[in-house]
Design a protein around this ligand. Structure first.
Ligand SMILES: [Zn+2]
Length: 633
């Protein structure tokens, strides 16, 4: 695949293409996992299949991979214990169980997918003393609750399993060992970069297995204990059973046999050098991952198809004699699924290439449905809106009552009445934004459910994306959406690489800060200094907006526009996670994926530590002050 991408870039006319090999820790099953239930007398009453069905309608489903249902970074282990149902495995779910006097200590915890990153479900269970974790896909979250199941429709069928990594992704991204020799040569280590003793802090010590609802239902239906409904309205899924908490009187036995080894992964780095001297160059980075859980037609091949189209577009401009002002990087990552390994390793080991970068534009799964959504650093939202306005009528697009591309959802809102949101984690922008303070943007066409029904299963296949991945399930339309995504991505890249004045809008960013501040207000915190610094940043942003209309020294202006984002980094990082340095947003500590604004402040408020929250307010205030001063010049 790396060779394929490398050739595709070269064939497209990109002259500089290199492969960047990185040594990382990975695990693969030496033998398939096992799962069974026994009654108190020791008789086996249920043995899970842990296998996805061969479907005649899906031409690639007859694959040996249908039997390798495992979690990335789950250790080997064999445990037998009563089972407890812990809903989504969030801290609040474990609190609900505790309040009902149900302990998960020494138990196997059964949780469902959704609401938070799977690795953090395992982390939360492990922190509460569980000995093993089963993570199943409830049909309420991506199955028949939404519509017909594959192959009759797009949604998750009874044997379908969501594989995936169980790394603790909210602490830091990247190889949990930092095994590559170049780290040592640089004088860096996992401890110096991430503030943890060793890799055992970043991956689980208890075994876990992803399972289908076909395998989960017989276990769930005999747990006994309290009615799950009594613990909260959202404790009941869509299976035709009475959900109960356990602990079961039956014994669940599970085993995993996963081999860990340091393996080399290839990243493909294409580069179009800019015409400006190095001192004026603000490279734009375009990235997408290439590795997949089995076939990955949507995740990530839909995005990879778009990346190749962008390469063809830019390559043909280059071949016609054009050169961008700023350098453009085309980045095809490996190891994303285990924990953003390729992107994080390349960025950490190639800081010279990115130290003056203006922006990182990420595309992961770019088509798994027909609703366009984007998330961005607030300073890039005007760029996005401008590109969408100019492409209206030139891209295939569905959502929005007027059919106007501007009706697309820009940014996942932090709360219902907040229009500007933030990037969380779960894709390759994380190292660029959260660790290095490079403005980032990510977009995709997905389903309103926010996920899709064959995610990380063998059915994320050509047949699925051809039949169900596009507009209203119209056969073949997903490929039109991939072409549209390539146009959007290419034009975003050109505006960043070839404008005289870099398209940053710090007024939008200042407005976002006003909202973030309002969101943490009312917790007994003194926000006066923070708010007055936000005012100063707003004034600087308004000044620079004027300056952009009649620019004097372009070099100085572009430096301030693009590098102000670095001011929002705090060298010490967030409390308890020093690798996450950006004070404006981060993935939630216990939830992953979803974003938290002013994360140092918000997490401390959530944990009830107001002294720490106030201290973190001061940290944010100082960063905002730095940003205002820097932006003014
Ligand atoms: Zn992906």
């Amino acid at each position: 695949m790396a060779d394929y991408l490398s050739s595709a870039f070269k064939d497209a006319g990109i002259e500089s293409v290199e492969t960047f090999e990185l040594d990382v820790l990975l695990n693969y099953p030496s033998s398939p996992p096992t799962l069974k239930v026994s009654n108190p007398d020791g008789q086996v009453t249920f043995a899970a299949t842990l296998s996805e069905d061969i479907l005649p309608e899906d031409s690639t489903s007859d694959t040996p991979w249908r039997n390798t249902t495992f979690h990335g970074y789950a250790p080997s282990g064999s445990v037998s214990a009563p089972a407890v149902f812990a809903n989504y495995g969030r801290p609040s779910d474990f609190d609900d169980l505790e309040a009902a006097n149900i302990s998960v200590e020494g138990k196997i915890v059964l949780v469902r997918y959704g609401q938070c990153f799977r690795g953090l479900k395992v982390m939360n269970a492990q922190n509460r003393g569980a000995v093993g974790v089963l993570v199943y896909s409830d049909p309420q979250d991506d199955g028949f609750e939404y519509g017909k199941c594959y192959p009759e429709g797009p949604w998750r069928s009874a044997s379908s399993v969501q594989r995936g990594s169980v790394q603790f992704n909210s602490i830091c991204a990247g190889d949990p060992m930092r095994a590559d020799k170049r780290y040592e040569e640089m004088g860096e280590s996992l401890t110096s970069l991430c503030g943890v003793k060793d890799y055992t802090s970043l991956i689980p010590s208890i075994p876990s297995i992803p399972i289908s609802y076909g395998d989960a239902q017989p276990i769930l239906s005999q747990l006994g204990g309290v009615a799950a409904e009594a613990l909260g309205d959202d404790w009941v899924g869509a299976l035709p059973i009475t959900y109960t908490t356990g602990p079961s009187t039956s014994i669940v036995s599970m085993s995993t046999d996963n081999e860990f080894k340091v393996t080399s992964i290839p990243n493909v780095i294409g580069k179009i050098p800019g015409s400006l001297p190095a001192s004026d160059d603000h490279p734009v980075l375009l990235g997408n991952h290439r590795d997949a859980w089995v076939f990955g037609a949507a995740d990530p091949n839909s995005g990879t198809a778009s990346l190749i189209e962008v390469a063809k577009g830019l390559g043909s401009l280059v071949q016609s004699g054009w050169q961008p002002k700023h350098t453009i990087y085309l980045l095809s990552w490996s190891g994303e699924e285990y924990g953003l390994l390729g992107s994080t390793g390349w960025a950490e080991l190639n800081f010279d290439a990115i130290s003056s970068a203006s922006a990182y534009i990420n595309v992961d799964t770019v088509v798994s449905g027909d609703e366009l959504t984007a998330s961005a650093t607030p300073a890039l939202t005007s760029l996005w809106e401008g590109v969408m306005a100019d492409l209206d009528g030139h891209v295939l697009f569905k959502n929005g009552p007027s059919g106007n591309v501007l009706d697309a959802n820009v940014n996942a809102p932090i709360n219902a009445d907040d229009a500007i949101g933030t990037l969380g984690s779960g894709s390759d922008y994380t190292v660029f934004l959260d660790h290095f303070g490079i403005a980032s943007l990510d977009f995709e066409f997905n389903s309103p459910a926010g996920t899709y029904g064959v995610y990380h299963s063998i059915y994320d296949s050509f047949d699925w994306i051809d039949n169900y991945g596009g507009i209203d399930g119209e056969k073949g339309s997903s490929f039109e959406l991939m072409a549209s995504a390539a146009k959007m991505w290419g034009v975003l890249a050109l505006r960043l690489a070839d404008s005289d004045v870099l398209p940053f809008d710090h007024v939008k960013q200042a407005e976002a800060l006003v909202k973030y501040s309002a969101a943490v207000d009312g917790n007994g915190l003194d926000l006066s200094e923070l708010n007055s610094n936000i005012d100063a940043y707003m004034k600087a942003a308004q000044g620079v907006a004027e300056e952009m209309n009649s620019p004097g020294d372009l070099k100085d202006l572009n430096f301030r526009l693009s590098m102000t984002e670095r001011s929002f980094l705090n060298a010490d990082g967030l409390p308890g996670r020093s690798w996450m340095k950006h004070v404006l947003q981060a993935p939630g500590f216990y939830l992953g994926y979803a974003a938290m604004a002013f994360p140092g402040v918000q997490q401390a408020v959530d944990d009830g530590d107001l002294d720490l929250a106030q201290q973190q307010v001061a940290v944010v205030a100082e960063c905002v002050d730095k940003a205002a001063t820097f932006l003014k010049g």
